[in-house]
Design a protein. Structure first.
Length: 93
């Protein structure tokens, strides 16, 4: 499967326990890194934590986004579909 500038991806079906441990020892986090993209079977939301990004994008229904935006631990900011998700102060190379 190809996404994002035709990068290759492997599609894996797994539960939460497997998703949290399948890349133990990964360069981003020694105890395991989240998959680059993950979503439930109904595809009602999506989390994107690409290997070369220092941030995580979440897409989903408005109540989910509102809850993340209100949570101070999430350090979230709202990005509309027509806006660049690049965090302020960072530049694209």
């Amino acid at each position: 499967m190809s996404l994002y500038w035709n990068w290759s991806y492997v599609l894996v079906e797994a539960g939460p326990e497997q998703a949290l441990t399948w890349r133990t020892g990964h360069m981003r986090h020694g105890r395991g890194s989240l998959p680059d993209l993950f979503f439930p079977a109904d595809r009602s939301w999506l989390v994107s934590a690409l290997w070369d990004d220092t941030w995580t994008c979440v897409g989903g229904p408005e109540p989910l986004i509102n809850a993340l935006h209100r949570d101070p631990l999430a350090n979230a900011r709202r990005v509309r579909p027509n806006e660049d998700a690049l965090p302020p102060g960072l530049t694209r190379e």
